[in-house]
Write a protein that binds this ligand. Structure first.
Ligand SMILES: Cc1cc2nc3c(=O)[nH]c(=O)nc-3n(C[C@H](O)[C@H](O)[C@H](O)COP(=O)(O)OP(=O)(O)OC[C@H]3O[C@@H](n4cnc5c(N)ncnc54)[C@H](O)[C@@H]3O)c2cc1C
Ligand code: FES
Ligand code: FES
Length: 477
């Protein structure tokens, strides 16, 4: 069944919108159409958290709460979900425990950022019973406050540790689940004055739509695509969302291989990969913010082919493969062959990334570091990734890649060649880093100068060496 009407819950009532504008953001809808103006607009590009809202999504019989940035989310993605706004938290005259904590600990001054912080705390509180520093820092990494200072807000967050969450959302949980099941989405096909939005539920329907609209833009998390509308003021004529296709949201593993489906969120992937490649997890923890990782995907990161895409140098050194669904069959590309030039990939019209495969190579030593101006929610100036195999003090494998050093994320082939079959020693590494100018001629830009990038790239490789040699981590931030 196909529908031109999206349905979502607000205050446990079903809202329906027939043929909504696919380029309209949720933020504009709630502020301009619903006249619920508690949610604020700061940057309009996912960077400040003023617009944070929470979506309740059904996962089997459980509701998972996700904080997202309403300013960079298109309205049709509300389909089948529970929308929770700052106005929904209080229950009659009594405030939600999260709001009470913000007041008790003086977490607000001018109040502009407060609804966003409160919504981030709300989803943290709903998803976690016991709360520690790490959970608080992660929950608040996408919210900026320029007057209160963070200490009182962090104190408010910590006060929620083990606090009973018997709020109206819990009391009405069964009703919400019933309603969410009732509005569980069908295939969506929207046509709003020529602007189209498709959200098929199966891969075969996706293929049919892509065949008919090969120029359509594929939407995963929208953390890159939406900026075409919100930042660059363009109109996107046809959007095909992958998010309703359950068969693309998976993580499979066997002894030798991990496979991650295209729509798996970065947050889900971050938690999964920790056991296999700790540094991959640590880099993902610093990727954008929780709001970004709740919706953004690795497939989206790869498809942008951005020279500063954080997952790309890591996947390059891990020898990962990209599985592309072609018109007729699936094709597999290595990372080195997939990226052609600046933001250009081997992906053809009508094709999409189906999954990413990462081999598990037990004896390898994997290290990765991100250098950015801020620790959280910032784009890399340089991202370095290193994968070594060392046997009897001899380097038998060296895979070295950097982001931020050229127009595409690239392996450092001259350095690798110098290191392979060398002794694992300070001398070998100091000689090898001297070849950095052979591998890269980075640009100067607002994030970093070419000189800085070259120096950092060398030092990151040396850091990897010293960490491996001394079997300990050297903190840089
Ligand atoms: C505030 C903010 C912070 C950010 N921080 C970081 C950061 O720290 N590190 C970093 O690397 N990036 C960062 N980004 C960039 C962005 O998050 C990434 O590019 C992201 O991975 C895109 O994934 P997505 O799922 O949101 O893709 P989308 O925005 O949905 O799509 C991006 C592009 O990929 C295409 N695409 C998506 N999925 C597929 C698919 N399965 N097959 C084929 N094409 C597809 C789309 O058509 C589009 O062209 C940030 C962005 C914002 C707004
Ligand atoms: S308005 Fe700044 S993140 Fe949305
Ligand atoms: S209270 Fe003013 S910006 Fe946070």
């Amino acid at each position: 069944m196909v529908s031109d009407t999206i349905q979502f819950l607000l205050n446990n009532k079903i809202f329906k919108i027939k043929n909504p504008d696919p380029n309209k953001t949720i933020l504009n809808y709630i502020r301009n159409d619903l006249k619920m103006t508690g949610t604020k607009e700061g940057c309009a590009e996912g960077g400040c958290g003023a617009c944070t809202i929470v979506l309740g999504e059904l996962d089997k019989n459980k509701i998972v709460y996700k904080a997202i940035n309403a300013c960079i989310s298109f309205l049709p993605i509300l389909n089948g979900k529970q929308l929770i706004l700052i106005e929904n938290l209080s229950n009659g005259k009594s405030l939600h425990p999260v709001q009470e904590a913000m007041i008790k600990f003086h977490g607000s001054q001018c109040g502009f950022c407060t609804p966003g912080f409160t919504m981030s705390l709300f989803s943290m509180h709903k998803n976690n019973k016991s709360i520690n520093n790490e959970i608080v820092e992660e929950a608040l990494s996408g919210n900026l406050c320029r007057c209160t200072g963070y200490r009182p807000i962090i104190d408010a967050a910590k006060s929620l540790n083990n606090k009973n969450d018997l709020d109206q959302f819990k009391r009405e949980k069964n009703k919400t689940i019933k309603l969410l099941k009732h509005i569980k989405s069908t295939d969506i096909e929207i046509n709003n004055r020529g602007k189209k939005f498709f959200a098929p539920k199966t891969i075969s329907n996706l293929k049919k739509i892509l065949n008919k609209y090969p120029d359509a833009k594929i939407l995963s998390g929208g953390t890159d695509l939406s900026l075409e509308v919100t930042k660059f003021r363009k109109e996107i004529k046809t959007i095909i969302s992958l998010n309703s296709i359950e068969k693309l949201n998976f993580i499979k593993k066997n002894k030798n291989l991990l496979e991650i489906g295209a729509t798996t969120s970065l947050f889900e992937f971050q938690n999964f990969i920790k056991k296999y490649f700790l540094d991959f997890h640590d880099i993902l923890k610093r990727y954008g913010s929780l709001q970004i990782r709740n919706v953004g995907t690795i497939a989206g990161n790869i498809a942008t082919a951005s020279p500063i895409g954080d997952t790309l140098p890591l996947l390059l050194t891990l020898d990962a493969k990209i599985v592309v669904q072609g018109k007729k069959q699936r094709k597999t590309f290595s990372f080195s062959e997939f990226f052609i030039s600046y933001r250009k990939t081997k992906l053809k019209k009508g094709e999409f990334i189906y999954s990413i495969k990462i081999p598990i190579i037990k004896d390898n030593i994997f290290k990765a570091y991100k250098i950015s101006k801020r620790f959280d929610d910032d784009i890399s100036s340089v991202c370095g990734s290193f994968n070594f195999l060392i046997k009897r003090n001899k380097i038998t494998k060296a895979a070295i890649a950097y982001g931020g050093m050229s127009e595409i994320p690239k392996r450092a082939l001259a350095i690798e060649k110098k290191l392979i079959n060398s002794e694992f020693s300070e001398n070998s590494f100091h000689q090898a880093v001297g070849l950095i100018n052979k591998d890269f001629s980075p640009l100067d830009d607002m994030r970093a100068s070419s000189h800085y990038r070259l120096a950092v790239a060398k030092n990151l490789l040396l850091k990897a060496f010293y960490e491996i040699k001394n079997k300990q981590t050297i903190r840089i931030n």
